[in-house]
Design a protein around this ligand. Sequence first.
Ligand SMILES: [Zn+2]
Length: 118
Amino acid sequence: MIWEAYQQRKIVGAEHAAERAERKTENLGDEVRRLGRQVDRLSLACQAMWELLRDHSELEEGHIEAKILEIDLRDGNADGRMTAQVMPCWSCGRNTNSRRDLCVMCGAPLSKPHVFEG
Ligand SMILES: [Zn+2]
């Protein structure tokens, strides 16, 4: 009898844990879909900006491809991403991460090497 009550409590606890995990999974799925829509919108905006620039200047496809590669290689890897870079803090001189807004060591506000870096 005591064993059965113990087992029943364990089962109820496991059911609640499964329900929480299911809700968490649903929330993460919603977030992934939201981010996907945001990436689609940003891609569309980037394409529109590029086409406006190309159509109103002497720039051609090769120029943007070369610039994309140049920016990609700034972190030493041609991986199609702008990854964080280690850079010295302008205030204290210690190394900091380019993705941070403030220096972890001294709290100085940090500028980002790329305007669109997150
Ligand atoms: Zn600092």
